[in-house]
Design a protein around this ligand. Structure first.
Ligand SMILES: C[C@@](CO)(OP(=O)(O)O)[C@H](O)COP(=O)(O)OP(=O)(O)OC[C@H]1O[C@@H](n2ccc(N)nc2=O)[C@H](O)[C@@H]1O
Ligand SMILES: Nc1ncnc2c1ncn2[C@@H]1O[C@H](COP(=O)(O)OP(=O)(O)O)[C@@H](O)[C@H]1O
Length: 285
């Protein structure tokens, strides 16, 4: 096999709490992560020119060594000691960028999975997660996907029962936020209200869709929504169209709503898309 094409799925955070800060500056978290249908297509092809080249259909995504997919390939060859014969990576980008949806992390995870298959290294998920963690805190989750409780800095993963199936409207306003900046800001402005992550895990165990929707909560929303009125505006539109629950994902600014009713989801999608072009209608995976 010379080439492999994988779907690299985005994630949303059903809950997100920051529980402490480590000496290296990273924060400990406790959050429920969920894969959604929205995905990039990542194609990895062996070549024989000794180079790692990357193409992407979005001009604002870096194509050099700053791209997490290229960094993932370099980390794979460093870990295995294999000599890279040359690689061509192509990313068809559908996931909004710098959006709190782990777009770069999921591309990196797809490259690690692709290389483990292409080079028949059989590293397995645990080792791929170790390599992934050197690239970013969200990469181990992206390798595993599904519904997970994430602790540590995001890499201590415990599988949870799959979330009840529903539609998801994702809306990214036309600005980006820096994950590092949001973590820095939360040190000074930790909200008093914290998510009920234990309750969220229980709602998932019981397949209680309303219980999931009522417990959506992200401590980072307080930080980001104060600076950007669009977060509140998007939530208001989602809820006024009949979303069963809504929250910001990750460090933002993407804000999402969960819907059982496809007509309400379509109405929310239409209204938001007219104001914020980077709006997507997808589903819980
Ligand atoms: C906030 C979350 C929630 O799922 O998602 P996104 O908003 O990125 O989607 C993650 O914790 C983001 O993980 P990820 O985007 O992989 O973070 P990294 O690249 O490892 O780190 C970027 C920067 O964020 C800060 N950081 C990240 C993770 C963490 N647990 N503590 C931190 O303090 C650090 O300042 C780090 O330099
Ligand atoms: N494969 C990639 N896809 C998207 N962004 C990438 C990628 N590799 C590196 N980046 C850089 O990472 C930054 C964060 O993007 P992204 O991973 O989409 O954000 P988030 O972690 O908030 O979901 C972007 O500003 C972009 O320049």
């Amino acid at each position: 096999m010379n080439s492999i094409k994988l779907d690299a799925h985005a994630k949303i955070n059903l809950t997100l709490d920051v529980t402490g800060k480590l000496d290296n500056g990273y924060h400990t978290v406790r959050m429920v992560m969920q894969s959604v249908g929205l995905h990039d297509n990542v194609t990895v092809e062996k070549t024989d020119d000794g180079q790692i080249t990357l193409t992407c259909d979005r001009p604002y995504v870096p194509t050099d060594g700053r791209n997490l997919a290229v960094r993932a390939a370099n980390a794979f060859f460093a870990h295995t000691g294999l000599v890279c014969p040359g690689l061509r990576i192509d990313i068809c980008k559908r996931i909004p960028v710098a959006a709190g949806l782990a777009g770069g992390s999921t591309d990196a995870a797809a490259v690690l999975r692709a290389l483990d298959t292409l080079f028949e290294t059989n590293l397995g998920l645990d080792t791929l997660c170790e390599i992934g963690l050197t690239l970013g805190a969200d990469v181990p989750y992206c390798l595993r996907g599904g519904t997970m409780l994430a602790e540590g800095i995001g890499e201590v993963l415990s599988p949870l029962p799959a979330a009840p199936h529903c539609l998801v409207v994702l809306c990214k306003p036309a600005f980006a936020v820096s994950t590092a900046a949001v973590y820095a800001q939360i040190d000074d402005h930790m909200p008093d209200v914290r998510p009920d992550t234990a309750g969220m895990c229980q709602a998932l165990a019981q397949g209680d869709y309303n219980g999931v929707c009522h417990r959506l909560y992200n401590v980072m929303e307080a930080v980001t929504a104060v600076r950007h009125a669009e977060i509140g505006q998007i939530k208001d539109i989602l809820l006024s169209c009949g979303a069963d629950g809504a929250a910001m994902s990750g460090s933002g600014p993407t804000t999402f709503g969960l819907f059982h009713d496809p007509n309400k989801a379509q109405m929310a999608f239409n209204r938001l898309k007219a104001i914020f072009p980077d709006t997507h209608l997808t589903e819980i995976l």
